[in-house]
Write a protein that binds this ligand. Structure first.
Ligand SMILES: Nc1nc2c(c(=O)[nH]1)N[C@H]1C(S)=C(S)[C@@H](COP(=O)(O)OP(=O)(O)OC[C@H]3O[C@@H](n4cnc5c(N)ncnc54)[C@H](O)[C@@H]3O)O[C@H]1N2
Ligand code: MOO
Length: 388
């Protein structure tokens, strides 16, 4: 049995053949950039005013000056300042040739059509947005591997860039096992349970932007499980199985994967829930078998599968935990397993929820995320937190 960290390391080292595609920038949020982008223009492309006010040449500044014209945003930048005068100007408008300073209108009074100011309040070069201050033509503005955000869309749009090359999302297949599991449009017969993992996996995958085209329910029979895996593996990059990975007589998933030549990366992680987690590869394909208990499935998805999918997308540090918080009340984990507890993060502290059993989903409904409590936690002050 391996540790949580060992499992993460193994998964983070699986080589990935990323595909790329080109998307309109507005559809690229959450994807990762697959190209370095240099700016095709300088921004701003011309010196312009950061304030509504008056533009002038600082060396000609006097307490009273003639106003020789007006420039508004969108006017041509070919205006030339008449020496010794001020020009009315608005935010974003091009600074006229010969001017180097903007005086904001709040400190100016107009007397008989003239501009009147206290010169001691004006600074050379103030409120001028110089050409190229955001970026120069040819300057690298986006690097490969950057996650695209609404901020990125604004940046690229400001440069006149309409499309961006990103890493493509993986094709994902899901196979549900368990003869007792039925969908919610059936009436429950004795011994049956409703399928929680199917809708849950569809939803968490769709949150990642992935359509699961192939959700199959397979019979708990060795041949059926093997066939189903074989067919689906041909179509997908990542295959997720739910259930049938433990040691019972009807747990056919692991032998089926072995028969199909899947290379086992690990089976069983020293954690609760989700101890019987399996991961393997076949060529460029990665296979996860999640333990059937819904809580174990969701927990393993969040801790291992979701980062792996994000790595496929282009997130190079997807397995690094970003958040650490203290527990509101101390908890001693005396077992040899790492616990992933459903919890609520509130005011910077983690509150553990009651009802942590693997079959119990009540706490999942209330949880904002999972907290990782390592085995024999003696000295930890803060704990890894995985938001949903
Ligand atoms: N002798 C042992 N038995 C078990 C061990 C063990 O180490 N030794 N581990 C236990 C742990 S921990 C877990 S977790 C489960 C994992 O078992 P499987 O992956 O084989 O899952 P199943 O047996 O198929 O199902 C477990 C449980 O979950 C329910 N289930 C399955 N699929 C769904 C679904 N789609 N929606 C809702 N619920 C589902 C299923 O009915 C079972 O109750 O093994 C323990 N046993
Ligand atoms: O670890 Mo199992 O996932 O406890 O129920």
């Amino acid at each position: 049995m391996i540790t949580v960290q060992e499992a993460k390391t193994i998964l983070s080292e699986i080589p990935i053949n990323r595909r790329t595609k080109t998307l309109p920038i507005a559809k690229s949020i959450g994807m990762f950039c697959a190209e370095n982008i240099a700016s095709p223009i300088s921004v701003p492309s011309f010196d312009n005013s950061a304030m509504d006010g008056y533009s002038l040449a600082f060396e000609d500044l006097k307490s009273e000056m003639e106003i020789s014209g007006e420039i508004k945003a969108g006017d041509s930048s070919m205006n030339k300042l008449k020496t010794g005068t001020a020009v009315r100007i608005f935010t974003g408008a091009p600074i006229p040739e010969g001017a180097d300073t903007i005086v904001k209108q709040e400190i100016v009074t107009l007397q008989k059509g003239k501009f009147v100011v206290d010169p001691s309040q004006v600074k050379l070069g103030e409120f001028v947005r110089k050409a190229g201050t955001q970026c120069q033509i040819g300057q690298e503005v986006l690097r490969i591997g950057t996650e695209l955000s609404s901020g990125t869309v604004a940046l690229l749009a400001s440069l006149g860039i309409q499309e961006v090359k990103v890493y493509d999302i993986p094709k994902v297949g899901v196979i549900l096992t368990g003869d007792e599991v039925v969908s919610s449009d059936h009436e429950l017969q004795p011994g049956q349970i409703y399928d929680a993992n199917g809708p849950m996996l569809r939803t968490v995958l769709s949150q990642l932007g992935i359509d699961v085209e192939f959700v199959e329910k397979v019979k708990d029979e060795a041949e059926a499980v093997e066939n189903s895996i074989k067919i689906l593996l041909e179509k997908v990059d990542i295959l997720i199985l739910s259930g049938g990975i433990s040691v019972g007589d009807y747990d056919f998933v692991r032998p089926a994967l072995q028969n199909l030549g899947v290379r086992e990366l690990f089976y069983k992680v020293a954690q609760k829930p989700g101890k019987p987690l399996y991961a393997g590869t076949l060529g460029t394909k990665t296979i996860f078998a999640l333990p059937g208990n819904p809580s174990s499935s969701l927990s393993c998805f969040r801790i291992y599968v979701s980062p792996f999918i994000r790595k496929f997308f282009g997130a190079d540090h997807a397995f690094e935990t970003q958040f650490k918080f203290p527990l509101a009340e101390s908890f001693q984990n005396d077992s040899s397993l790492t616990f992933f507890f459903k919890c609520v993060l509130k005011a910077g502290e983690i509150h553990l929820l009651s009802g942590q059993e693997s079959f119990n989903l009540i706490a999942f409904n209330q949880a904002t995320g999972l907290v990782e409590i390592p085995a024999s936690n003696q000295k930890e002050q803060v704990f890894n937190y995985y938001p949903f």
